[in-house]
Write a protein that binds this ligand. Structure first.
Ligand code: FMN
Length: 206
């Protein structure tokens, strides 16, 4: 059975830099025989968490929208690649909205103490983030939030691809190595030759 990779693109704009990197990473995964699925968050309707805490009792979210479908896909996938632009030093609102809705998975796991994934599976995740300025500090907040998000999903945090100083739409195409690195990391993400790393591989490009 081939490895299933889910790529979630969260940038709201066309010709998005993080989206272009995500597509390359998925192409890399496919080149190694993985089955890939690409989802653009902007095509779905996912409302913000309303902090009703209903999930503390049921382990599921009472707000019904496209979250339920996407959550099932995230739990089914063997690999997840989440791509975000940097907005105000962290994930864009679209990505953070999805992350916050996963509070019901956190409740399922840590309040109700029930396993999310019942069969033992090698699940790994990678994060792609692109910022417009020369700062690199913004990647600290991405790493921190991603660590807890990926833990809730019961995945191993395998890799980051962070690129700064890329602002205009599509500008990433002119970067000397970013698209190739995305392809390589996508291929590596689906390789089962090496066991998951303790810490994510960090590729930071300028
Ligand atoms: C609302 C908003 C906030 C932003 N905040 C930052 C920021 O804090 N740091 C930064 O380096 N770039 C910031 N940017 C620039 C984007 O990160 C940059 O344009 C990036 O290439 C967008 O990625 P995308 O093309 O995948 O959407 C911001 C852009 C917008 C629209």
């Amino acid at each position: 059975m081939s490895i299933k990779v889910l790529g979630i693109s969260t940038s709201p704009r066309q010709n998005s830099n993080s989206d272009l990197l995500l597509r390359q990473a998925l192409a890399g995964a496919e080149s190694s025989g993985a089955e890939t699925e690409y989802i653009r968050l902007g095509d779905l309707k996912i409302a913000p968490c309303i902090e009703c805490n209903s999930c503390y009792k049921q382990g599921t979210c009472i707000v019904e929208d496209d979250y339920q479908m996407l959550s099932s896909k995230m739990l089914e996938a063997d690999r997840l690649i989440l791509a975000t632009p940097i907005f105000f030093m962290t994930f864009c609102a679209q990505a953070k909205t999805l992350i916050d809705r996963c509070q019901c998975l956190w409740a399922h796991k840590y309040v109700l103490k029930q396993p999310l994934i019942t069969t033992s599976r090698d699940r790994r995740a990678m994060v792609i983030a692109v910022g417009g300025t020369k700062s690199k500090k913004m990647f600290d907040s991405i790493s921190l939030t991603a660590k807890y998000f990926i833990d809730v999903l019961e995945m191993n945090y395998a890799a980051n691809l962070f690129v700064n100083n890329i602002d205009a739409p599509g500008r990433i195409k002119q970067h000397p190595s970013a698209l190739n690195e995305a392809f390589r990391l996508g291929r590596e993400l689906v390789s089962t030759d090496t066991p998951p790393h303790e810490k994510p591989i960090n590729v930071e490009l300028t």
